[in-house]
Design a protein around this ligand. Structure first.
Ligand SMILES: Cc1cc2nc3c(=O)[nH]c(=O)nc-3n(C[C@H](O)[C@H](O)[C@H](O)COP(=O)(O)OP(=O)(O)OC[C@H]3O[C@@H](n4cnc5c(N)ncnc54)[C@H](O)[C@@H]3O)c2cc1C
Length: 393
């Protein structure tokens, strides 16, 4: 049965994952009374990156926009359960303030120290530890080949499912319409995007469109005739337990992209292969843990020598091939009414609140009011001018 839709919406959001639902909430909050819809084909979110994410939230970045987005988003997530009560129902996200720990070999210490200085200057709490300091704090860790670590005690992780549905329910409460359908084409004339056609055969006209389709954002942009270098990269996440007990660990990350954290009685994490061929591939390689993750984790924490992997799942990073940072803002000349919020390259869950608020401000007021995200705009793609993190992924 097709949904009865108005002739035109003020704003049509394409993709209702974690970023799309955050955008919907903030847009409706910033512009009460406007008509906003979210076009999302799958209410179970089977392939959405959001529900496959590991939930990590950290301030350890080097670009001020990312640090500021993290500071706002972490605070927002910490208070989410109470602040996002919808129709009397709390919105639990199981926030755990477990901290993050970046560890580096001796040759990267100067780089880490510089990163820490940037984060401290922006008001983050960060403790720089030398190898002995790491050993004292995390006795199970092998520090023989490490130079230093940066520990951010107020970082942590949350439940992405709770976050997505908390935003979605609240958006609906405020008046947003979710349309269960898929965008398959776009009608663009010389000066603006006019409407999108849907798999069901219906069309949706709007004054403004926002492309928030995650790993599919490049394909959606193409429908509008816009080039957006965002591609899907498969990533595995594993739940595993050590052979002998290990103390509770923060979210540990190293320069080889090993990243894992405590989860219940075990640990959750993985090791990203940046050279993975791009594509919508969800196949699980059940040998990946044993061949790639286990050697790295057992080297760093010998207690994992007898680790057991209980579950492996795959999901997609939405990689911005230009610089690994999101594209947030209005489209190119001639498509100024098409906005993009995509390309977070693996940081989309943690930055969803700040990015949602940012785009809502840009649309409602014509400029950013809280965090200036202009440097993350589409212009840098057109100018081929990367704005990447430095020494951090
Ligand atoms: C294993 C793994 C671990 C991760 N860990 C973390 C982490 O610790 N912290 C963190 O911040 N991030 C993490 N991420 C990244 C995070 O999941 C993503 O950055 C985030 O989910 C992006 O949100 P999104 O809403 O843009 O995309 P999605 O959640 O994928 O949502 C996109 C939506 O668009 C819809 N869509 C697609 N095509 C169309 C179309 N044509 N029309 C309409 N709708 C469409 C899809 O159905 C989907 O629901 C991880 C990702 C993976 C895979």
């Amino acid at each position: 049965m097709t949904q009865e839709l108005p002739a035109k919406f003020d704003i049509a959001i394409i993709g209702g994952g974690i970023v799309g639902s955050a955008v919907a909430y903030f847009v409706q909050r910033e512009m009460p009374g406007s008509s906003v819809c979210v076009i999302e084909p799958d209410p179970t979110y089977e392939f959405a990156s959001a529900l496959r994410a590991s939930g990590g939230c950290r301030v350890q970045f080097t670009r001020p926009e990312n640090i500021e987005m993290s500071l706002f988003s972490i605070d927002f997530i910490r208070k989410f359960e109470k602040d996002m009560v919808s129709n009397g129902r709390p919105a639990p996200v199981d926030w755990v303030e477990g901290g993050y720990l970046f560890i580096v070999p001796p040759e990267n210490v100067a780089n880490l120290e510089r990163n820490v200085r940037i984060q401290l200057a922006m008001g983050c709490e960060v403790n720089l530890l030398d190898a002995q300091g790491l050993k004292d704090k995390f006795p199970s860790m092998n520090v023989s080949d490490l130079g230093a670590g940066a520990h951010t005690p107020h970082d942590g992780w949350c439940d992405p499912n709770g976050l997505l549905w908390g935003f979605r329910r609240k958006a609906v409460e405020l008046g947003v319409t979710y349309v269960q359908d898929r965008v398959v084409g776009a009608n663009v004339d010389r000066s603006r995007a006019r409407s999108v056609s849907l798999e069901s055969g219906q069309a949706i006209a709007a004054d403004r469109f926002i492309n928030v389709a995650g790993a599919w954002a490049g394909n959606v942009a193409e429908m509008f005739g816009m080039h957006l270098p965002i591609s899907p990269l498969r990533r595995f996440e594993h739940y595993f337990t050590p052979g002998t007990p290990v103390e509770k660990l923060p979210y540990v990350k190293d320069v080889a992209r090993l990243a894992f954290r405590s989860e219940g009685n075990g640990f959750s994490g993985g090791l990203v292969n940046g050279d993975e061929p791009r594509g919508f591939n969800f196949e699980v390689d059940h040998d990946y843990f044993e061949n790639v993750v286990w050697p790295a984790v057992a080297h760093r924490f010998p207690a994992f020598e007898a680790a057991k992997c209980h579950r492996t799942w795959s999901g997609l990073y939405e990689v911005n091939e230009l610089d690994g940072n999101p594209v947030i803002g209005a489209g190119p000349v001639g498509l100024e009414n098409l906005y993009t919020v995509a390309g977070f390259s693996g940081h989309g869950m943690m930055h969803a609140p700040a990015a949602g608020r940012g785009i809502a401000e840009l649309i409602a007021h014509g400029k950013y009011q809280s965090i200036d995200l202009s440097r993350l705009g589409y212009e840098r793609i057109q100018n081929n001018a990367p704005y990447a993190e430095e020494g951090i992924l």
